[in-house]
Design a protein around this ligand. Structure first.
Ligand SMILES: [Zn+2]
Length: 274
């Protein structure tokens, strides 16, 4: 999965660091990230002070091992050799860059949060960086913390078959039932509700598998397996899904990259490990 970068480690506790000549910078424009990409080597390269200079408004994001990443919080001139890439373009490029793609997804989540909270939701004044924790402050006393959306990924089992889906738009490969947790429900209730809404199926024996931060949608994804309870006739919610169908283990087609929790859960079932 995207976050499996061992022996490297993402260190994301907040520090009020300033950048130096070894720092890397995450610069976003129109939801795209400034990088130099080498598709042949499947590498992505972040700009450093050498390329963008040292006089920009920025904030420390996280480190991967000793490598510090900063968010540049203003528009900058385009450095030579660099271009802006969407997260979907990066995913298609499938870089095996040992943490760089995880850094991109995580930086995107933080950028999205900073850029959509420039003004206070209470009084409308401009917010400013807290220097002690990951937060934005307002002079009215309001503190804004990062927003993470909880969501579930559900592998519904029916004997030797798994319930696979394809979305109406966007990502074109097989996926699993997925959806956001609503206010007031448990994760298990989200699982039951989403499977019922998207496929018209009742489920039982819900078991937790693993979780995954998915920064490009500001999510924390929680993966669950469960079993069909009673009638296995699928009623597809075509407002969200193009396809929802039972697929035999051996016929499951995996996604082209191993980034997602969805793909790992499909793979585990395909290989008879679930
Ligand atoms: Zn305010």
């Amino acid at each position: 999965m995207i976050q499996d970068i061992a022996p490297k480690q993402l260190i994301n506790h907040f520090e009020n660091y300033s950048p130096d000549e070894n720092s890397l910078f995450c610069v976003f424009s129109d939801k795209k990230l400034l990088l130099k990409c080498d598709p042949e080597k499947e590498e992505i390269i972040y700009p450093s002070q050498k390329e963008i200079g040292n006089n920009h408004k920025c904030i420390y994001l996280f480190s991967i091992d000793d490598q510090k990443y900063f968010l540049v919080d203003e528009d900058i001139p385009l450095p030579e050799g660099f271009s802006y890439y969407s997260m979907m373009e990066l995913r298609k490029m499938n870089p095996h860059s040992n943490g760089n793609i995880y850094a991109a997804y995580t930086a995107y989540h933080l950028w999205h949060w900073y850029s959509t909270n420039r003004y206070c939701g209470v009084c409308g004044k401009e917010t400013y960086y807290d220097t002690k924790e990951r937060a934005l402050k307002c002079s009215c006393g309001n503190t804004i913390y990062p927003r993470i959306n909880p969501a579930v990924i559900v592998g519904v089992k029916n004997g030797n078959k798994l319930l696979l889906t394809k979305y109406n738009r966007g990502f074109g490969f097989y996926a699993l039932i997925a959806g956001f947790t609503e206010i007031g429900e448990t994760m298990e209730e989200t699982v039951k509700r989403e499977v019922k809404e998207e496929a018209g199926i009742n489920v039982k024996n819900i078991t937790y598998y693993k979780s995954q931060p998915w920064g490009i949608a500001q999510d924390i994804l929680m993966g669950f397996y469960c079993e069909v309870d009673g009638d296995d006739t699928i009623t597809v919610d075509h407002s969200e899904l193009k396809i929802a169908e039972w697929v035999e283990r051996e016929n499951i087609t995996l996604q082209p990259s191993d980034y997602s929790l969805t793909n790992e859960m499909m793979k585990m079932f395909k290989e008879g490990k679930e």
